[in-house]
Design a protein around this ligand. Sequence first.
Ligand code: PLP
Length: 473
Amino acid sequence: MSDTPDQTPGMDWDEFARWGRRIADWGAEYHRTLRERPVRAPLTPGATRAALPAAPPETGQEMGAILSDLDAHILLGLTHWQHPRFFAYFPANAAPPSMLAEFVTAILAPQCMLWQTSPAATELESLVLDWLRQALALPEGFSGVIQDSASSATLAAVLVMRERALDWAGNRDGLAGQGQVRIYASPEVHSSIERAVWIAGIGARNLVRIPVSGPNRGMDPDALRAAIAADRAAGHLPAGVIACTGATGTGASDDLRAVLEVARAAGLYSHVDAAWAGAAMICPEMRALWHGVEGADSVVVNPHKWLGAQFDCTAHYLRDPEPLVRTLAIQPEYLRTHGADGFVNYSEWSIPLGRRFRALKLWFVLRHYGLEGLRAMIRNHVRWSQALCARLRDDPRFEIVTDPVLSLFTFRRRGGDEAAQLALLARINDDGRIYLTQTRIDGALAIRFQAGAMATTAADVEMAYTVLDELAR
Ligand code: PLP
């Protein structure tokens, strides 16, 4: 006889409710005291793993023991992305209402691949993305889908570019014997663009880098036009243009009006990566950065960066979803709904089949803060960051390398070689009060500063100056 219990052993719902309350209290305390922790984790390779048992437990353990190990071993090894003085990379905000929505999502755990597998989730996704479209002032006909990341949205757009250029034969026949599909972008775009080109089988060699010029480091539209013409003359297959608004290194932004017009005139599909800066487009006065975006076929904005709907929540907008669905939809019998729903099936718009209920957190956040609340946060970040930049510019020990694009600028310690910049950066990050990262501009290293964490205050940005002042002495 088997002694296997006939029910999965473990937590009952009373216990779940008790621990749910405990974790909510624990979370509130973590955030209340976050400012006192060092922003970046200590970088001691192997420390976390060494502190934990190498083999799994044979018998179930108490939640209390699990949570105390979380405090003792895991928390100490984390970099605190929600820290008010996290000025590195780009923000990955998790607003409290978003956390609550994620808790609800975790409880309900629906699969949102087809309309009929979670009708309300699909309809809420369409609705909140239309709310956000209005907030961003994107054209009325654009439809949206939530992807798991900007990388996935860009990959989906690159696959559409490839299929259009191959007259929809790539998925069926593969790429062998086809002409060389060519994609155009500036050298400033995020690494996810190159990776999309790898994964799509196009190859990095066919990602044509168009030189940039001007203070915005945007691609030269004449050079783009010439590159497309040269490729056509060489028998290649120009397929798409990927433009950026607010690239990762320094916030480089293409002149979308000019670049998208070149793409349109050449019959190419266009995709705009505004993963970070897109959030700021809810502020009408900041929209000059993406003038002309209405000419794009595909646009990506990450609410999981600067709008507080935590990772993963990427808003992917399409002038016309049809080419995307034609590229990605696949319908084995078990996924057919035989027209019973008549609604969108979002798994046909994205690469994974399974989809989390991501619309809920965006709905909670947009309703809790309202657009005015979110605009106030972004305006503060931009203002504080620009004030810090002005202060460093006036300080003879520093030079500003690139001016602020929204809340991002880069600087260097004057007179130091690359090793000196890296040494300063290491001192700053080991100190723990703030966290910064670096980039390369025309081959030379610079330190990046961006303000974007929801918890940041003017005093936190002030602290960044204090730290720089002390550590640059
Ligand atoms: N595009 C830009 C401009 C980014 O800065 C980033 C990440 O920081 C990405 C794309 C990739 O975003 P995700 O992590 O959502 O794939």
